[in-house]
Design a protein around this ligand. Structure first.
Ligand code: NAD
Ligand code: LMR
Length: 338
């Protein structure tokens, strides 16, 4: 049976059971919101990851079923399910990495900020759990609006006295994944060979693809720049409209979150040269949270890389993005301080 709370540290009934499951030493990862549209495929992808020995699936609904299902996959990670607030402590205790895709998703006609009223409270209470039960963990925030939910988590950690800005990362990887895909289409190359830095934030005009810094170095016509910028900034809306009321990006997001989590775990393991874009507590601009390239290491964010040379178009776009970011950040901070 998949276990719901109360076993030993590896989530196994006995040491023999643990050995029989091949629970090699590895990282312990919790997914909060694991039964949702992102949570389920993300849980599946994490169950396949050989860096993970223990996978905790937490949600306020349906974790027994999701846990039973995923636990039958013959991979190394031991899976345990946790249901509801009374089991949050068990879900979080001892975790190295906590991934948070909990919260409601957009429907057509909504902005990500329209999710604030519900998701702010969810992220606040889950962050309080992290501060209490696994303050050392690396935290990946997926719940929207990311531009506000990361400052919310930071304020909760500050209040609790556990804040380490190196360990809190807003997940903007889907913007990079999309940008690589769309740019590769235009260039007629394999998306795996393309690297597009995407900076700023994760909503509309705050999503700033730096097309002047694409690797391999590429020149785009003004028309291509307009097309690509618009498509990357509105990739989320494209999916929301195509799903026509059935939610927002889940599968591509799970893929992006799994890649991002893999980078975090490899960094925690001590691998060198792990670079990702993420939305973090930042001094790259005067805006207190900003997405840019960071180098990850054993301590989380070890270096925030400079933005690099921007062209006139990117500089102008950056100024517009900063205005919107500042107000989204202020809204998040005020929510916790009120
Ligand atoms: P969903 O509604 O399918 O799933 C959300 C899950 O969260 C549900 O299972 C729900 O029960 C759970 N949940 C709600 N309150 C909870 C709580 N207090 N504790 C634990 N779990 C709770 O939504 P989804 O499609 O999985 O999207 C989740 C969030 O991710 C949304 O806010 C969405 O906008 C956001 N998102 C972010 C990105 C990004 O790039 N950062 C991309 C896609 C979606
Ligand atoms: C996305 O970029 O797909 C997510 O932020 C979900 C959304 O609402 O667009």
């Amino acid at each position: 049976n998949p276990k719901l709370e109360g076993d030993d540290a590896h989530g196994c009934l006995t040491p023999a059971h643990c050995r029989s499951k091949g629970a090699a030493p590895g990282f312990k990862v919790a997914i909060l919101g694991a039964a949702g549209g992102i949570g389920q495929p993300l849980s599946m992808l994490m169950k396949i990851n050989p860096l993970i020995s223990v996978l905790h699936l937490y949600d306020v609904v349906n974790t027994p079923g999701v846990t039973a299902d995923i636990s039958h996959m013959d991979t190394g990670a031991v899976v345990r399910g946790f249901l509801g607030a009374s089991q949050l402590e068990g879900a979080l205790t001892g975790m190295d990495l906590v991934i948070i895709p909990a919260g409601v998703a957009r429907k057509p006609g909504m902005t990500r900020d329209d999710l604030f009223n519900i998701n702010a409270g969810i992220v606040k209470s889950l962050s309080e759990g992290v501060a209490r039960f696994c303050p050392q963990a690396l935290v990946n925030i997926i719940s929207n609006p990311v531009n506000s939910t990361v400052p919310i988590a930071a304020e909760v950690f500050k209040k609790a006295g556990t804040y380490d800005p190196k360990r809190l990362l807003g997940v903007t990887k889907l913007d990079v994944v999309r940008a690589n895909t769309f740019v590769a289409e235009v260039l007629g190359v394999d998306p795996r060979d393309v690297d597009v830095p995407v900076v700023g934030g994760h909503a509309g005009i705050t999503i700033l693809p730096l097309l002047s810094q694409v690797k391999p170095p590429s020149a785009f016509t003004p028309k291509e720049i307009e097309y690509l910028t618009d498509r990357i900034q509105n990739g989320g809306t494209e999916v929301v409209e195509a799903k026509a009321g059935a939610g927002s990006a889940t599968l591509s997001m799970a893929f992006a979150a799994a890649k991002f989590a893999e980078s975090c775990l490899r960094a925690l393991r001590g691998d060198a040269g792990i670079i990702e874009c993420a939305y973090i507590d930042s001094q790259v601009t005067e805006i207190p949270y900003f997405a840019s390239k960071v180098r990850l290491g054993r301590g989380g964010i070890e270096e925030v890389l400079p933005l690099g040379p921007l062209n006139d178009y990117e500089r102008e776009s950056l100024e517009k993005a900063k205005k919107e970011l500042a107000s989204s950040i202020e809204k998040g901070v005020a929510f916790v301080k009120k």
